[in-house]
Design a protein around this ligand. Structure first.
Ligand code: ADP
Length: 511
């Protein structure tokens, strides 16, 4: 495009330069003609008239002097003589270089000299009236008239030539002026034509293709991704169009890819949700339906123990005890499982829950266990969060219950506290539940939240392995997270991140 534009501008510039040069040449010629006319030939014509008059003045005054001898006539003669000499010199100067008139001018000079020598000088040289009378014979007069005529005709020749040259110069000047006018028109026309050509070429080579490219690109930008972008005009604009179209095709490909991936993801999410729902439904139905026969097994085993305990041998008593224990454990498992699978089915709307009151209630419920273990439970300032009071209570009961259950030899010290996490924009509440019990290997930090996962045998510490899974499910149900803090040296520390209640602000309660 740059080359094309440069060529275009160069052509326009050349055209302008040509017309300008023509104009200059014509003006130069005009100047020259005007100079010749006004400064050479016009003054020369005037000078020939002066010359003729000066010669006539001399002739008349010399003749009068010859007749009268009055020296007063000699003044007119002297003035005429001087004028003749200076005029001839001036004519020589003005017409220098005009080869046609120079010989004629020389003839004039010669004729004047001849006339002066033969017809004027003898009269002036004569000393007395008698001598003058002797000089002025008829033949002398005749010769004087002839020579004067020669001078007149020589001057006439020069004058004729000058007048003709002047007329030719005037004609030339006129036609040159005409040519100058034409050149000016041509120049103006050239400027207009160059402007039109440049504008048209710009529109064709640059603006038009750019406009089309812009329209195509805007259509694509407005969402019509299938609209092809085509570059036209100069090769670089065409290349630009091809590049933009390649970009469009690339985006189209990526979009198709993305759409496919999104559809895939949505399908998987729907599948996952369905299988999750199926699983929860299954767990619920299974635990619910298992309860009835299990109650029967457990009831009859207890009845067997009560009625026939001590009547059979010792081994039989032991077997019955195992059966009763197993049935009871199974009942606990099924109850916990039922509670777990029920979670999230409730449609009760969340409300602001005062965690302080919740934990106080839990401490009250666990009062016996706390007293039995000789434990000390410290509850700090706890916030109000948005949620389900009953479920949050269950979560804290599990955590505090575990802290009491997995105690070491020392009396349990359990702490519950909260702080606002300033690192995130939402400002989550971080609730910490810590104890000084047997602790948890950080390597099992994730596994302990898996349902039925236990790190100890049932004989060491009772339990079903559902507690922490339930806590995790409850916290996540509230839009939060729970994790095991791997840092403490003694005991275990659990952290719960809970979103703040939108209505409660970030105030905590004194506790
Ligand atoms: P359960 O208490 O019924 O065994 P949980 O899901 O509550 O099941 O806990 C899973 C396992 O995590 C427990 O068996 C125990 O090994 C470990 N654990 C939980 N809480 C604590 C704690 N506070 N201190 C030490 N270990 C714990």
């Amino acid at each position: 495009m740059r080359t094309r534009l440069a060529l275009l501008l160069a052509a326009a510039g050349l055209l302008l330069a040509f017309t300008l040069a023509t104009q200059l040449v014509i003006q130069d010629r005009q100047q020259e003609l005007r100079h010749d006319l006004l400064r050479r030939y016009d003054p020369a014509i005037v000078a020939t008239t002066d010359l003729r008059a000066a010669v006539v003045d001399q002739d008349t005054s010399v003749r009068a002097y010859g007749l009268t001898g009055d020296p007063g006539f000699l003044d007119v003669y002297t003035a005429g003589r001087e004028t003749t000499i200076t005029t001839l010199a001036r004519l020589d100067e003005l017409l220098a270089g005009d080869e046609q008139v120079e010989p004629d001018l020389a003839l004039v000079g010669a004729a004047v000299d001849d006339w002066h020598a033969a017809a004027v000088a003898p009269v002036l040289d004569a000393g007395s009236d008698a001598e003058r009378a002797a000089v002025r014979t008829d033949a002398f007069e005749q010769e004087g008239l002839r020579l004067l005529e020669t001078v007149r005709s020589a001057v006439g020749d020069v004058e004729g030539h000058l007048v003709a040259t002047r007329a030719a110069l005037a004609d030339d000047l006129e036609s040159t002026a005409r040519r100058a006018r034409w050149a000016m028109f041509m120049q103006a026309g050239g400027v207009v034509v160059a402007g039109v050509v440049v504008a048209a070429a710009l529109a064709r080579v640059v603006l038009g293709p750019l406009d089309r490219l812009g329209r195509d690109a805007r259509r694509v930008a407005d969402g019509d991704l299938d609209h092809e972008v085509r570059g036209t005009g100069s090769p670089d604009l065409a290349r630009l169009g091809t590049d933009v179209d390649a970009m469009r095709v690339r985006i189209l490909g990526e979009l198709a890819h993305l759409n496919a991936a999104t559809a895939d993801l949505e399908r998987q999410a729907a599948e996952l949700a369905r299988s999750n729902a199926d699983l929860e439904q299954f767990a619920y139905v299974a635990s619910h339906d298992l309860q009835e026969p299990l109650r029967k097994v457990s009831g009859f085993c207890q009845l067997l123990q009560k009625r026939y305990g001590g009547q059979l041998d010792e081994r039989a008593d032991e077997y019955i005890r195992y059966a009763v224990d197993g049935a009871k454990r199974m009942q606990d498992l099924i109850n916990d499982l039922l509670a777990f699978s029920r979670l999230g089915r409730t449609t009760a709307a969340f409300a602001p829950v005062d965690l302080q009151a919740v934990v106080d209630d839990v401490v009250r419920v666990l009062d016996d266990a706390i007293a039995g273990a000789g434990a000390e439970v410290t509850v700090g300032d706890l916030p109000v969060v948005q949620g389900d009071r009953r479920l949050l209570g269950a979560a804290f009961q599990n955590l505090i219950g575990n802290a009491l259950k997995f105690r070491s030899e020392d009396a349990p010290i359990v702490g519950v506290s909260a702080s606002l996490d300033g690192s995130t924009d939402d400002g989550e509440w971080i609730v910490t539940v810590s104890d000084n019990g047997i602790g948890i290997d950080p390597d099992y930090g994730d596994q302990i939240f898996v349902i039925f996962k236990r790190l100890h045998g049932r004989t060491e510490y009772p339990g079903t392995g559902i507690g922490l899974a339930l806590v995790k499910k409850i916290v996540e149900y509230h839009g939060g997270r729970v994790w095991l803090d791997p840092t403490p040296d003694t005991g275990s520390t659990f952290k719960l991140a809970l979103p703040p209640s939108p209505t409660a602000g970030d105030a905590t309660h004194a506790g």
